[in-house]
Design a protein around this ligand. Structure first.
Ligand SMILES: [Zn+2]
Length: 69
């Protein structure tokens, strides 16, 4: 688990382990959630390959529907 970051106290946020793909380049901070990863898992910022890892991230609302009123 990764709770080392300070200064971010959002009590409504639920932190959950999330599979992400992070850029392998040391010069690039690009990463994306698995759900939004590109088809070939290349970095959207620099094109380098990305490697899978697990991060603790705020849970995103999966029930969000832009078409509902
Ligand atoms: Zn990159």
């Amino acid at each position: 688990m990764y709770f080392a970051k300070k200064g971010i106290e959002e009590p409504v946020n639920i932190i959950e382990d999330t599979t992400v793909y992070a850029c392998e380049s040391d010069l690039c901070n690009g990463w994306m959630r698995e759900d939004f990863a590109t088809a070939d898992y290349s970095c959207p910022m620099c094109g380098n390959p990305m490697k899978q890892e697990v991060r603790g991230l705020p849970k995103i609302k999966t029930d969000y529907n832009p078409f509902s009123k």
